[in-house]
Design a protein around this ligand. Sequence first.
Ligand code: 5AD
Ligand code: SF4
Length: 478
Amino acid sequence: MHERKIGASMDSLNNLNNDKAAIVKKVHIETWGCQMNVADSEKMLSLLQQRNYELTLNVDEADLVLLNTCHIREKARHKVLSRLGVLNQLKNKKPELKIAVSGCVAQADGKKLIELAPQIDILIGPGKIDQIGHFIDATPHNGVPQVALGFDRHSEEQNSTSTDDIGKFIAPTVSGKKEVTRFVNVIQGCNNFCTFCVVPFTRGREVSKEKSQILNEVRGLVDQGVREITLLGQNVNSYGLDFIKTEIVPQDGGPFVELLKAVSEVQGLERIRFTTSNPHDFTRPLANLFASNKKMGRYIHLPVQSGNDHILERMKRKVTVSEYLGRINWLKEAVPDIAISTDLIVGFPGETEEEFEDTLKLISEVEYSFVYAFKYSARKGTAAARFSNHLSEEIMEARLKRLNDIQNAITLKQNQAEIGQVRDVLFFYENSKIPGMYVGRSEHYRTVRVKSERNLVGLTLPVIITASNKIAMEGILN
Ligand code: 5AD
Ligand code: SF4
């Protein structure tokens, strides 16, 4: 999960399916960070649509600008602050413009953010997004920002599920397009408190959504043409532990494995993925499900963070390198060619050259298909921020480059080995700049492009891979 900004193309608005006659106002949404934020933006858009707002991709024509922010690393927070500076200028020209800030920066910085950026009208933490509608209904504010921070154990939505509600909770996409792949949030928050991580502070403790509601959401999405669902949670494989009142996933895989089985039975769904898994809560039955259930694909993201036990202990990751490799072995035993990606942090406080080199050894041993590597960023309030021996930017930069050089060679080698293979590709969209070029993903989560005269969007088809580079494959229909 990363602090990229998620945008949309202009032509995508054509697909919006709104009641134009009733719509009077426009909202422009900018989403940074993880998939969870995308799902939250979609939820807020649906609440705003009920208040006669329609999505616009053009900030200049907006009545309301919503920044849904990320706080995972300092760089992500800076981007928000500089964007607020630009919006301030816009508001000077257009004083009736409302500015709302949601997400993890809102929760972490709280009212301090309003001191830094007094142009903010609405400040909403990730635990309070349900309230955006109430804030919009409220009379125009008199210079006093409306603020909702903190966490409720259960949202209004979580309490209002019924098996007749198929499709009731279907949120629109923030891209404005009809998407073939969508996210469904199944568990909020995190109980783990890894020492580097701000998420438990910004998203609160774990609260799972009822299985019946998740199934309703998935069925509703599939009815709309969605073919791939990614179940989301900061710690997705601890789904449902709050229901059965335990902190340890049962040996049979527990509620998460049960949920995956139930979702995969939804007629018309082609693929089910999930993110982010924590190795600590990863069970053998979950690994085995990849072998027995075709819809699961052959890819998993399993963050390790470091290849050194001393660093993992100081990160409070709760698994050792050998326990992590044990999980990787379960996966490889279940599906020998499974593609695996991971998250890594370089330059954790006090990380020695040898400890860093253990991470390099690990990536060569596991042979990840891809890694998301980050320089450590101190987050206020976290335990690691108070550790001594923070490393210099130069050391972190150099380590990041060494790591990425090694991984890039591994990724390229794997992608080249794809040439000549036949892969099942689910197609997501047509490239807006190259008509007839369809883009999808293989079961191993590799991006594949195929030229075709017929519309492939939403179809899963066998493709012979003919070319590849570090980023994507090309192929022809088999
Ligand atoms: N510094 C650098 N990277 C971080 N991540 C989380 N917190 C930090 C931090 N303080 C990374 C971890 C996590 C991913 C989402 O972001 O690798 O898995
Ligand atoms: Fe952060 Fe650790 Fe929770 Fe992941 S498991 S969200 S890294 S505290």
